[in-house]
Write a protein that binds this ligand. Structure first.
Ligand SMILES: [Zn+2]
Length: 182
């Protein structure tokens, strides 16, 4: 990971410029679209699953608060939609990629790992999500390498500034930062 003041994209595999350019576009579009979801009462995270031909398979936002379910993170909602659509619990034969507006939390890492998704692209890193919003992203040791061992490619910190702006607006507009009392 680079340590200069501008956060750089990090990956657990050699970066493919074409894939990265495509991911940047998708993530910027998701950040734009996320604002509309937030205005409708959704949480500030959006995930989309695409196949390797660029077809959208599923897209979903976080609806923990509006559906009263702590599991309803964007990634999990999107995976459930994709599995329902394709009629399977194993997405691995479909060669799918998930794009998320922020780094997956500890629960979603598990969900992604067991879904058979092959590539993960995300925007804002967890450290920044926690700093900006106060959401607890969990403990996630060495997950880049653990995913690599399992053949899952990860590209992170894509277009972070756009994502951070959405999160900052979420907080300043007084939306709920939910977490259990401890
Ligand atoms: Zn999550």
């Amino acid at each position: 990971m680079k340590t200069n003041n501008k956060i750089s994209v990090i990956a657990n595999k050699k970066i493919d410029a074409k894939k990265l350019a495509n991911a940047s576009k998708i993530i910027l579009d998701l950040q734009q679209e996320l604002k509309k979801y937030i205005n409708k009462g959704y949480g500030p995270f959006l995930a989309a699953i695409y196949d390797s031909n660029g077809n959208l398979i599923a897209k979903a936002a976080n609806n923990v608060v509006n559906k009263s379910c702590s599991n309803n993170h964007a990634e999990i909602n999107a995976i459930q939609l994709a599995e329902k659509k394709l009629g399977t619990y194993d997405l691995s034969p479909y060669n799918l990629s998930i794009y998320v507006t922020a780094e997956p939390c500890m629960m979603c890492l598990g969900s992604i790992m067991w879904s058979g998704i092959k590539e993960v692209y995300y925007g804002v890193p967890s450290g920044q999500v926690t700093k900006i919003t106060g959401f607890d992203e969990g403990f996630k040791q060495n997950w880049y390498n653990e995913f690599k061992k399992r053949g899952i490619t990860v590209y992170g910190q894509i277009e972070t500034q756009a994502g951070e702006k959405v999160l900052k607006d979420y907080v300043s507009n007084g939306h709920t930062v939910y977490k259990p009392n401890r």
